[in-house]
Design a binder for this molecule. Sequence first.
Ligand code: HEM
Length: 572
Amino acid sequence: MTTPPVIPVPTPTAPGALPLLGHAHRLARDPLPFITSLRRHGGVVRIRIGPTDAYVVTDPELTRRVLVTDAGHYAKGGRIIDALRVFFGDGLATVADGDTHLRNRRLVQPMFNKAHVATRGSAMIDQVRAMVEGWRENEKRDVFADMNDLTLAAFLVALFGTDLPGHLRAEFTALMPVIMKGAIRQTVLPSWATRLPLPANRAHAERVARLRELVDRAIDHHGTSPSSAPPDDPDDPDDPDDADTGPTCPHAPPAQGGLFAALLTADRPLTRRHLQDEAITLLTGAIETTGTTLAWTLYEISRHPDVERRLRTELADACGDRPLRPTDLENLPYARQVLQEAIRKYGPAWMVTRTATRDVELGGHRIPEGADVIWSPYLHQHDPAHFPAPDVFDPDRWAPHRAPAARGSFLAFGDGRRKCIGENFARTELQIVLAVILQRWSRIELVSRAPRPQAVVTVRPDTMSMRYGHRDTATASVDDPPRSWAVPRGASPQAVRERGGLGRGREPSTGAVSGGGAPACRAGVFGGDQGGEQTQPLFREGTGFRGADGHVESGSGVVQPERGGDGFEDGR
Ligand code: HEM
């Protein structure tokens, strides 16, 4: 008996398309309400961006099919990725699916395992503390900028080790925000416009070239890369780089720490151009994702005194009368819930694309070869069927007895072979920054109007200023936890060191850590093979991707919709 041909389910088109523009005006003007509104039309919804059709997947179960089960039919691609490829080159996030991606992923993956990230814990704490120490009491501060600076600095320590010279760190810090702006502009403009000899295009190209130089210098600083190696020419068809034949550092001694060191000392080390691509990709992926998450977390803390109180009590119980240590992180489960809820509520990724590599069937819908397929962590995480009252900030939805129900549709880090490689790093860094800020400042106060979420690369706040200070003991609530563990107001780095916090030298002008013995770091939340792996059901490692053999697995099932929530969506 022959199987009857499957009749495709008609795919609904979102209302409100304009001639020529399609739905581009909605994506530009009110992207979050628009994208979350699509759910009510079906599991797969057609939109038009200019003259081109794109298919938005609104059902998390179907998204997992795109990312995991049928991943072979959907290539990493789409307009945004194509535009970013100009900037990232063959970095992990933009390189096409296939052997190169798999090889590079395998190479980079070990550096992002919990055990490896753990080796950077003390250095990151020191770096973050030095910066937070530098904030003046009661000065009005731009939270988004501060959080991005902190995450960049912590990542530089992890990427290049603790001895990166202060002037290099300063230049990275100045350059990255401007480059991010330029990269966004490149993705929004038609590709022909980005190639015109306009001043803005030239300036962006010059900054990217400068960033590549900085990465080179940082690598050379380790003494692991021959500065005589000429930079690769991407336009040279005879460039041996393309054949991956020219290792950057054939006789490289082990680098002085830093995640990057492993790339330089691998069996088949990456070429110089490729190292730059990878460093730029990781830098870009690492800053704003965690920066926005932290900004939103502080915002929610500032308006939920009960959440703040529980965080402070937990921190006081874990650390007592001393500054944070890496091993304390395992004892801060409520902080992990708070951060998880901030990631859920605010994205931070709101639109991710794939391209169908052939005619495919998805949930009964037919998607033609070459079409863009869009999925949105933000959309899924605001689905009232899976997250009742999705606009409410409720860290307790991640309490152990409730978390399993929510986890299946939590896709903030993606899934499958392109799942975020920095998840462990991000979670560790988020916990460190939050804990250090809470320890240093007992008062966190929003002094701008309430921020509105703005969907650009991530869902970032359109404005957010805060003041940090010390609670007046005369007015402190009796419920407030003891704060004897807080580093004293205006404490010098020396004083902090004496309290056991830093334990190493520091460049006076920059605050950059200048080497020295980090306190021994036991596994704890970092887990891995440093002993004492702790199973934290909330933050499992490596779900969805097994790097060593390329085998892909989902790692988590999709929860069947349970009715709940009020269906209200304001797109936040
Ligand atoms: C809260 C923090 C973060 C979130 C929510 C996040 C989210 C994501 C998502 C959704 C993807 C998958 C994109 C896709 O399917 O096409 C991704 C990929 C990626 N992320 Fe993250 N990310 C975060 C932090 C980081 C950090 C800290 C790093 C670097 C240390 C990083 C580096 C990357 C890279 C390199 C990829 C591409 C992986 C590949 O294609 O193999 N991310 N991220």
